[in-house]
Design a protein around this ligand. Structure first.
Ligand SMILES: C[S@@+](CC[C@H](N)C(=O)[O-])C[C@H]1O[C@@H](n2cnc3c(N)ncnc32)[C@H](O)[C@@H]1O
Length: 283
C-alpha cells in the first residue's frame, strides 16, 4: 500500500476510538479491523491539534449530511472519492437500490477487501470498488463500473484535498460539477493554508512529509474555491460552529476574519440553480 493510503488506517483508528466511547456519536464496528495496528501507531505519531475530536466531528457531519442528501434528493448513486477505510456502505441506513462506489488506489482497495472479506453484504444495496488515481482520468473507469452521469450523484470527498497540489484539487472539484446531473450534491472537507504554515503544527507536518504523504493544499476561502469550480455553496462549517460541534470540539473558534488561524472546513454544495434543501446538520 502507498504511504498516503496508510493515512486511511489512521482516520479509521480515530473512528474506532469514537465508537468505543460510551457517549459515541456514531458506531463504526469495522473501524478497529481496518485500522489495524498501523492505524493506532499513526494516531500516536500524528497526535495533537485536535485531530481525534475533529475526525469524530467530520465523520458525524458527513454521516448525517449523506443520509439526508440521499433521503431528500432521492439520490441512488453515491461516490466516495478516496474512500480509504470508510465503511459507510455497511454501517449507514441506505435506502434500497443505492449503489455505493468506492474510489481509491488499487493496493488500498485490495487490502480493504481482504480485511472485510468475511463481512456479510447488507441486502438491498450494492458496493462497487473502482481502483483509480484521482489525479488522472477516473471518470472513464467509474462509468465502466456502472455510474450514470445523467443521474444525480452524491460525491463525497473526505480527507483527500490536502494531499493534492492546488491544480489537481481544482481539476478534481471542477470534474465533479461537470459530471453531475441536476439534484447532485457535493460533501467534503478542506483545510486553511494557515493550517499548513502554523509553527505549532511543524512537527505534525514534518512527520507527514517524512512518511511520504505531505499535506500540500489549503485555502482560507473554501467558498471561492468551490464556486470557481462550479458549485453553489450551501454551507461551510468549522468544527465547533453550530452544526459541526456535537459536543466534541474543545477549542474556541476564531472569527473567519482573524488571519493566520489553522482551520478545517466542512462543506455542503449543490449545483447552481438547484433549490437549496436544508442539510439539517445543525439538528
Ligand atoms: C486520510 S485518507 C481518507 C480516507 C477516507 N476518506 C477517510 O476519511 O477516512 C486519504 C485517502 O486518499 C487516498 N488517496 C490519496 N491520493 C490519492 C489519489 N491520487 N488517487 C486515489 N486515492 C488517493 C489514499 O489512498 C487514502 O485512502
Amino acid at each position: 500500500m502507498e504511504a498516503v493510503s496508510r493515512t486511511a488506517q489512521w482516520t479509521a483508528a480515530a473512528r474506532a476510538l469514537e465508537t468505543e466511547r460510551e457517549d459515541r456519536l456514531f458506531a463504526d464496528p469495522y473501524a478497529r479491523t481496518v485500522a489495524d495496528e498501523i492505524g493506532f501507531e499513526l494516531l500516536d505519531r500524528y497526535d495533537g491539534g485536535g485531530i481525534v475530536p475533529f475526525l469524530a466531528i467530520r465523520t458525524t457531519y458527513l454521516d448525517r449530511a449523506i443520509v439526508r442528501a440521499v433521503e431528500e434528493r432521492g439520490i441512488r448513486q453515491v461516490v466516495f472519492l478516496a474512500a480509504g477505510m470508510d465503511t459507510r456502505f455497511f454501517r449507514l441506513p441506505w435506502p434500497d437500490g443505492v449503489t455505493v462506489y468506492e474510489l481509491d488506489r488499487p493496493a488500498l482497495l485490495e487490502a480493504k477487501a481482504e480485511m472485510l472479506k468475511d463481512e456479510p453484504q447488507p441486502a438491498g444495496r450494492t458496493r462497487t470498488t473502482v481502483p483509480v488515481d484521482l489525479t488522472q482520468d477516473w471518470t472513464g473507469p467509474l462509468k465502466e463500473a456502472g455510474w450514470k452521469s445523467e443521474e444525480p450523484v452524491l460525491w463525497v470527498v473526505e480527507g483527500l484535498l490536502f494531499f493534492l497540489p492546488e491544480q489537481a484539487v481544482r481539476t478534481l472539484i471542477s470534474t465533479l460539477s461537470a459530471h453531475a446531473a441536476a439534484g447532485s450534491v457535493l460533501l467534503g472537507d478542506v483545510i486553511s493554508k494557515s493550517a499548513l504554515e502554523n509553527p505549532l503544527a511543524r512537527t505534525f507536518m514534518s512527520a507527514l512529509k517524512e512518511d511520504g504523504n505531505p499535506w500540500l493544499f489549503g485555502t482560507e476561502e473554501p467558498e471561492a474555491l468551490l464556486a470557481d469550480c462550479g458549485w453553489d455553496v450551501r454551507e461551510v462549517r468549522q468544527p465547533g460552529e453550530p452544526g459541526a460541534d456535537f459536543d466534541r470540539w474543545p477549542y474556541p473558534v476564531p472569527a473567519r476574519n482573524v488571519p493566520r488561524v489553522p482551520r478545517s472546513f466542512l462543506f455542503t454544495c449543490d449545483l447552481p440553480g438547484a433549490t437549496g434543501v436544508d442539510s439539517g446538520v445543525a439538528a
